[in-house]
Design a protein around this ligand. Structure first.
Ligand code: XMP
Length: 304
């Protein structure tokens, strides 16, 4: 395990030596890019251009949290919510949804890099990402991967030799909030892969609220690898004395070491019932809640 204090000192020195000009980093909301942003800011100050693309596919309050955490910097938040929703309109195929989000992200990233006229790109690649890419197991799938149409003078990867738990240690040492340092993995395509079928604003709004309840109830106590809500399809329910056709929300909570395999967690029945009741009663649009008991394999962790 690295000594976080020493690591920070050394990393800042290295970034100073590597970067001679303007640099850019795309924040994803995750711990890796957040740590790199803080380190790079310490090293090159306002020559760093952190950007954050608001896809509208992030969780409740996540964008606000990012704005607050990096408010001391020249953070550029690109509001692309309408663009993403428009491109996803009518699309139901899971792979196509992923491709659209990835491609759109790269296009926005490239445009911004050109506008800012930066020389260097900073990336939050960590050690396991490199091993996986080099071993050809799977391509490193941060949103969209690497832009191909820009020639950067250099790509700087400050946490390239760290494991995830080491990055978290460094994040704590840097004073990043717990929501970031202890953040559960979150997929690049965001909530788009937790909605079955077409992504719409209404579905996103319901899912964000349902997910906030699930995280609030499960994240701290159960210490899962991931705990979240997904939106399935519609089903009949009764609310008051009315029959309603509302959303079916699935709760997923899994234990895993690396995301390659996972076990559905055994949640105390009273607790599960409480979460289910909260989701179905606090959200008018939800008529039914189910708990996903499937391991990976055969299911994946995400829904699409
Ligand atoms: P699956 O759903 O394939 O997910 O069992 C395994 C782990 O990877 C995360 N995941 C992603 N992470 N971009 C990412 O950065 C993606 O496109 C992506 N898809 C899945 C997932 O949350 C889980 O931790």
């Amino acid at each position: 395990m690295v000594n976080p204090e020493e690591f920070i000192e050394k990393a800042v020195e290295e970034i100073k030596n590597q970067i001679d000009g303007k640099a850019m980093i795309a924040l994803s909301g995750g711990v890796d890019s957040s740590v790199c942003t803080k380190l790079a800011y310490k090293a090159i100050g306002d020559k760093l251009n952190p950007i954050f693309v608001d896809t509208g596919l992030m969780r409740k309050n996540e964008v606000q949290q990012i704005k607050e955490t990096f408010s001391d910097m020249n953070l550029e938040v690109i509001d692309a919510r309408d663009q993403f929703i428009d491109e996803l309109s009518g699309v139901t195929d899971p792979e196509e949804k992923r491709m659209i989000v990835g491609r759109k992200f790269i296009r926005i990233f490239e445009e911004t890099a050109k506008e800012l006229d930066v020389d260097y790109l900073i990336q939050g690649t960590i050690y396991p990402d490199r091993i996986e890419s080099e071993g050809g197991i799977k391509s490193h799938h941060n949103v969209g991967g690497l832009p191909e149409n820009i020639d950067f003078e250099g790509i700087v990867e400050p946490v390239r030799d760290l494991y995830k738990d080491e990055v978290r240690e460094v994040a704590r040492e840097l004073g990043l909030p717990e929501e970031i340092s202890e953040r559960m993995p979150f997929p690049g395509p965001g909530l788009a892969v937790r909605i079955i079928g077409e992504v719409t604003r209404d579905k996103l709004n319901v899912l964000k609220e349902a997910n906030a309840i699930v995280e609030e109830e499960l994240e701290e106590e159960e210490d899962p690898w991931q705990a979240f809500a997904a939106l399935l399809t519609k089903g009949t329910g009764v609310k008051g004395d009315q029959r309603v056709h509302g959303w079916i929300v699935s709760i997923r909570s899994v234990a895993s070491r690396d995301g390659m395999t996972a076990k559905a967690m055994e949640i105390d029945w009273d607790k599960l019932k409480r979460i289910g009741n909260r989701v179905a009663s606090e959200l008018d649009e939800v008529s039914r809640v189910v708990y996903d008991i499937t391991d990976k394999p055969p299911a994946t962790i995400e829904y699409e």
